[in-house]
Ligand binder design. Structure first.
Ligand code: ZN
Ligand code: ZN
Length: 231
């Protein structure tokens, strides 16, 4: 079977039941199935690296201090990120001109950005917040992509696949993108089946509150809670 066929297979089978154990491709230890995250496109239904190895995977290069961006550049590293990882642009940069609204503002009104020359985002916070409010799907897409990468989940959606309904399909409240900070009624991207990744048929937009309630619970667990609360 190929990856697509395995994906269909693992929709109705539980790898934690069917796969007794496997060898981690990183630490090469023989481990039990539940020591791995799920990966629905794999023959075993599990990721190749064990959870311990996935969690310990280095995400950032080590810090380097006391050099200027130019010195790092000469060493062939990305000078900006090496420099700003150990320096504070809010301390070292006084002000900058936002490339969007063209206003000159104090550096504290810009979010930090390692990769930029001055350690700050090109757009000021106001402009970024406005973009977030005007185009909430964009932020959901970017965040989901990062989460998928971190957890090794399948990711085949595009921004256009993220359709934000007027109301939360679970709780019925009106969805409000807000101004950057999440509220109970903020739209969030949900995976219908938590064991599957971000694919067009496995995503929908629900309120932050509904998403939190759901979190990692299975339908059986939700039903159990419901039964308990009604007693
Ligand atoms: Zn391992
Ligand atoms: Zn601006």
């Amino acid at each position: 079977m190929n990856a697509t066929e395995w994906r269909e297979y693992w929709k109705s089978h539980d790898p934690y039941v069917e796969t007794k154990g496997k060898r981690c491709s990183s630490c090469e230890k023989e481990k039990v199935g539940t020591d791995f995250y799920r990966c629905c496109t794999d023959r075993t239904g599990l990721q190749s690296q064990c959870i311990e190895c996935v969690k310990n995977r280095p995400t950032r290069p080590p810090r380097y201090k006391d050099k200027t961006p130019v010195q790092y550049m000469e060493e062939g590293r990305n000078g900006n990120s090496e420099y700003w990882k150990s320096h504070d642009p809010h301390e070292e940069v006084k002000s900058k001109v936002c490339t969007h609204c063209k206003a000159e503002k104090p550096s504290k009104l810009f979010y930090k950005s390692w990769v930029d020359k001055d350690g700050l985002q090109a757009w000021c916070n106001d402009c970024l917040h406005k973009r977030h409010t005007d185009d909430p799907a964009r932020q959901m897409f970017v965040n989901a992509k990062a989460r998928a990468k971190k957890r090794g989940l399948e990711f085949t959606i595009s921004k256009e696949d993220i359709k934000i309904p007027e109301r939360c399909p679970v709780l019925g409240v009106i969805l409000d993108p807000g101004k950057g900070t999440a509220t109970a009624n903020s739209p969030t991207l949900d995976r219908k089946n938590n064991f599957m990744g971000y694919t067009p048929d496995n995503i929908r937009v629900i309120s932050y509150r509904a998403n939190t309630l759901k979190s990692d619970a299975t339908t059986e667990e939700i039903e159990q809670v419901l039964r308990y609360m009604k007693e």
